[in-house]
Design a protein around this ligand. Structure first.
Ligand code: FES
Ligand SMILES: [Fe+2]
Length: 366
């Protein structure tokens, strides 16, 4: 295992760098190690803030394979917990979201307050050395940025959300005025590939756009596509053109520029004038990936429905185009003919950053 991780040289500058080895995309042990390190030590998107406006609102999530619930307490405080009953470990809340007066486990009916304290334990009299007070739900750190609630499973080493995403990134989002955008719908996509194949594909600096996404390519000024990397994020952006643009795409991808933000390891925010979507990349096995898309628009009223839907459909077409290529890459990574590849200096600085951050996290878990 150690050798698989050491087969990558994180010190090589981009001009000399190789991609991470194929085994990182195909070995179940690497996948397990990623859940314990990459996904447990990073801040992970868990909910939209607007789902948690009222006391009693809750959202469940699966983070690094662990059940999580985020709840707004009666005191209006937002709290995160492991959604694991202290009795025999069943998930306490089972719906994706909702509103509750208390958190009741469906298995044997134990109840917890919205603040996570154990309240009710039916038929439990006579049990020795059992303290209700120390059997509340186990808390998990949570933090809010813009429209989103994030949680972090590990507490050590301490690393606040602001430091994790950086004040540089936070500053770049302020002028985008995301409060003017409203959530409209969610779509799930499944990819037959390792989660990193999807992220690599996203981070290739538009390299694949002229070849794979003709519609999207027609609205982007490909030669001016720019890649900027921060400590744990990458911004790819491109000026937009209207001349020669394919109509269907141009109708819903307007404005002067498109901004594509990736936040390590698995969250993306795609911003256009008048539209935004986020992508959450969830590993569902070594060669299975679920990507959850949330779409936001300035106007989500009935009169804007058709226009918003047209925008979502353009996104869907782009996903379909990516789905086939990701599957093909996963197959190739399993071939004896391939171990690693080189990176374009012009285009692939984002992937280089991604691979170096992964290496650091995986090393920490060995
Ligand atoms: S597992 Fe929750 S009450 Fe038994
Ligand atoms: Fe793509």
């Amino acid at each position: 295992m150690e050798q698989i991780i050491d087969n990558y040289d994180p010190k090589a500058p981009l001009e000399q760098a190789w991609t991470i080895p194929a085994a990182w995309y195909t070995e179940p042990q690497v996948y397990e190690l990623e859940l314990k390190t990459v996904f447990s030590a990073s801040w992970q998107y868990a909910a939209r803030l607007e789902q948690l406006r009222q006391p009693g609102n809750y959202v469940t999530a699966d983070i690094a394979g662990e059940p999580i619930v985020v709840v707004r307490g009666s005191d209006n405080m937002l709290r995160g917990f492991f959604n694991v009953c202290r009795h025999h470990a069943a998930a306490v809340m089972t719906a994706a979201e909702g509103n509750a007066n208390q958190l009741r486990c469906p298995y044997h009916g134990w109840t917890y307050s919205l603040e996570g304290e154990l309240k009710g334990t039916p038929d439990f009299a006579g049990v020795c050395n059992f303290e209700r007070a120390s059997n509340g739900l186990v808390p998990v750190e949570n933090s809010v940025w813009e429209k989103w609630v994030f949680v972090r499973l590990k507490r050590e080493p301490a690393l606040g959300l602001t430091d994790f995403i950086s004040s540089e990134l936070i500053g770049q989002f302020e002028p985008l005025a995301l409060e003017k955008l409203h959530w409209s719908e969610r779509r799930h996509y499944t990819f037959d590939c390792n989660w990193k194949v999807f992220v690599d594909n996203y981070l290739d600096g538009g390299y694949h756009v002229p070849h794979l996404h003709k519609g999207l390519d027609s609205v982007l000024d490909y030669s001016k596509y720019t890649i900027e990397t921060g400590e744990r994020f990458c911004l790819q952006w491109s000026p937009m053109v209207s001349e020669g643009a394919e109509q269907e795409t141009a109708a819903v991808r307007k404005g002067h520029r498109a901004l594509y933000y990736w936040i390590y390891p698995n969250f993306m925010i795609n911003w256009y004038d008048g539209a935004m979507d986020t992508n959450l990349v969830i590993p569902r096995g070594v060669a299975q990936t679920e990507v959850i898309f949330d779409f936001y628009f300035p106007d989500t009223s009935e009169s804007a429905r058709a226009r918003n839907l047209a925008s979502v459909e353009v996104g869907q077409r782009i996903q379909d185009e990516d789905e086939a290529i990701c599957k093909s890459v996963q197959k190739g990574l399993n071939s004896r003919a391939y171990n690693a590849g080189r990176l374009s200096v012009r285009r692939e600085a984002g992937e280089h950053l991604f691979h170096r951050l992964l290496h650091a996290d995986l090393k920490s878990g060995l």
